[in-house]
Design a protein around this ligand. Structure first.
Ligand SMILES: Cc1cc2nc3c(=O)[nH]c(=O)nc-3n(C[C@H](O)[C@H](O)[C@H](O)COP(=O)(O)OP(=O)(O)OC[C@H]3O[C@@H](n4cnc5c(N)ncnc54)[C@H](O)[C@@H]3O)c2cc1C
Ligand SMILES: NC(=O)c1ccc[n+]([C@@H]2O[C@H](COP(=O)([O-])OP(=O)(O)OC[C@H]3O[C@@H](n4cnc5c(N)ncnc54)[C@H](O)[C@@H]3O)[C@@H](O)[C@H]2O)c1
Length: 457
């Protein structure tokens, strides 16, 4: 049996209002790019920051004028390319500093511990090594729906490479990529419709979270249609039509583009893995043990290709596991399966999560206490003017350890580490409630949240 008591009051911190007189609206300055200081959030200067954000928008020439549909997508793409190039230069610099040779090309196993690389000019090179780490990542699934492949569907890669805004983007799937991309494209000026075959978007999350996220996206004009399955796609000129069912009834929609965001497949096919003794599981992931060792001695697999939760920080942790193994550091035997897997969905507001969800605790028959507060209880959200959302935590009914934490709100991804540390160390929630946390920061809301846990019965 599980029981949960929601705490509705949230007057544990004083909710002093931001007085209009505190906020001065000066004339907007005319700024040159060189005048624009780096973006930074500094307390009550939120409005000044908004003004700067606007100036940055002009600086990057993201707008052709004011208003919807005026986004300069060439500038958006240029900005994205610049960011990616900057990251690549950073990595390349690190490789150079550490005397790591970088070869651009397609690699495949041609024998045990032997890889053949075909470079961009088609030249082949054979490499042998004592240790090989497979890190081939994943790619978007393009479903086998009749007509879909012929309709030139976009994945996030093509979408982010476009220099023109889709007039009506139809998004297949209602998961991470769908929601992040849908909100971004809607804000840039596209009409957006999300088609999810489950009853809810982000089905793995608790219903209160998905309901509020859906409301937030709805309010921005992202149309979300759930219980919607597509069985035929056809393209005609500049438009694409998807047919299927919605809640069992015939359904049809026409838009300008389709984005496939229905999950990912590992890049493990036709690269000689099985021939080299590296087993794949039924979903095509490299089979690995707690140390990320594949089934051939000296071969490891990390990240998406190894079936690890699809997050960059998890892929990085896989690398750390391999490094620990190779450097002889002894770790716990559940180094891979026992680690925390936090995530942040980068919609605005963000969705951050770690540990157990309510429905998971209930399914396990775990008793828990629930504390749940609106984000407005955190004063920082008021100074930011972003009070939407709520945070909740599950506390063990038997002791005071934290079982899980979920928050939907501005900047909530940055709240995770404090909670994670307490969970990792098995600390009681009161250790967070008792912290003296800087006012007014988002983290201060954790004191209110964990200060409102119902007592043990
Ligand atoms: C749109 C999108 C947004 C995301 N946002 C986030 C986020 O905000 N936070 C987060 O934590 N995670 C995010 N993820 C997930 C994250 O990107 C992945 O989990 C992570 O990149 C996995 O790292 P990886 O090294 O396993 O694979 P990848 O990053 O996919 O890298 C694999 C590399 O191997 C190359 N490769 C593949 N096969 C071969 C071959 N045969 N020979 C040579 N090279 C090969 C590929 O070209 C690629 O460069 C996002 C994913 C997507 C698609
Ligand atoms: N912020 C982040 O950390 C971030 C952002 C983007 C992606 N990612 C990672 O990348 C992974 C892949 O993202 P994704 O969005 O492609 O997959 P996903 O698994 O998150 O979501 C896929 C969604 O598509 C739905 N779906 C599947 N087939 C469908 C169909 N035929 N018709 C309608 N709906 C269908 C599923 O029910 C699900 O809701 C994520 O699971 C996540 O791990 C992380």
């Amino acid at each position: 049996m599980s029981f949960n008591k929601e705490v509705e009051h949230y007057d544990l911190v004083s909710l002093e209002a931001v007085k209009p007189a505190d906020i001065s609206h000066g004339p907007s300055p005319v700024l040159k790019a060189s005048d624009v200081p780096p973006l930074r959030t500094n307390g009550m200067a939120r409005l000044a920051q908004m003004s700067l954000l606007s100036a940055h928008g002009e600086m990057f020439r993201l707008r052709k004028g004011s208003g919807e549909g005026k986004t300069d997508m060439k500038a958006v793409k240029r900005r994205k390319d610049d960011m990616v190039d900057g990251l690549m230069q950073m990595h390349k610099g690190n490789f150079d500093k550490n005397a790591v040779e970088m070869i651009w090309g397609d690699g495949k196993f041609t024998g045990p511990k032997t890889i053949e690389v075909t470079d961009l000019e088609g030249t082949k090179r054979v490499l042998k090594a004592d240790v090989i780490i497979v890190c081939t990542g994943s790619r978007a699934i393009i479903n086998d729906i009749p007509g879909l492949k012929e309709a030139d569907p976009l994945t996030h890669v093509e979408l982010l490479d476009r220099e023109e805004l889709p007039s009506h983007l139809i998004v297949l799937g209602g998961g991470y990529i769908a929601l992040e991309m849908s909100q971004a494209m809607r804000r840039l000026g596209s009409a957006v419709t999300v088609l999810e075959h489950n009853e809810r978007i982000l089905q793995q999350e608790d219903a209160d979270i998905t309901a509020m996220l859906k409301d937030i996206l709805d309010a921005e004009g992202v149309q979300i249609l759930t219980s919607t399955s597509i069985n035929k796609v056809s393209k005609s000129g500049q438009s694409v039509t998807l047919k299927g069912t919605k809640s069992g009834q015939p359904f049809q929609i026409t838009g300008s583009h389709v984005l496939c965001a229905t999950g990912r497949l590992p890049n493990n096919q036709n690269i000689g893995l099985e021939e080299a003794g590296i087993n794949l599981d039924s979903k095509g992931f490299v089979v690995v043990d707690e140390w990320n060792r594949a089934t051939t001695d000296g071969v490891f697999a990390v990240g998406d290709c190894a079936g690890s939760p699809n997050f960059t920080h998890v892929a990085y942790d896989d690398f750390r596991i391999v490094r620990e193994y190779l450097t002889g550091k002894q770790g716990p035997s559940d180094r891979r399966s026992g680690r925390q897997v936090p995530f942040t969905l980068f919609t605005d507001p963000e969705l951050a999560h770690i540990g157990l969800r309510e429905h998971e605790a209930t399914a396990k028959g775990l008793e828990y206490r629930l504390t749940k507060l609106p984000m407005a209880a955190s004063l920082r959200t008021r100074t930011l003017g972003e009070t939407e959302g709520f945070a909740k935590a599950l506390i063990s009914a038997d002791d005071d350890t934290i079982l899980g934490f979920t928050a939907l709100g501005a900047g909530v991804g940055d709240l995770l580490p404090v909670v994670q540390l307490a969970m990792k160390r098995g600390l009681p929630y009161t250790d967070i409630a008792d912290l003296v946390i800087t006012h007014p920061t988002l983290s201060e809301g954790l004191v209110a949240l964990f200060g409102a846990v119902p007592p043990r019965s």
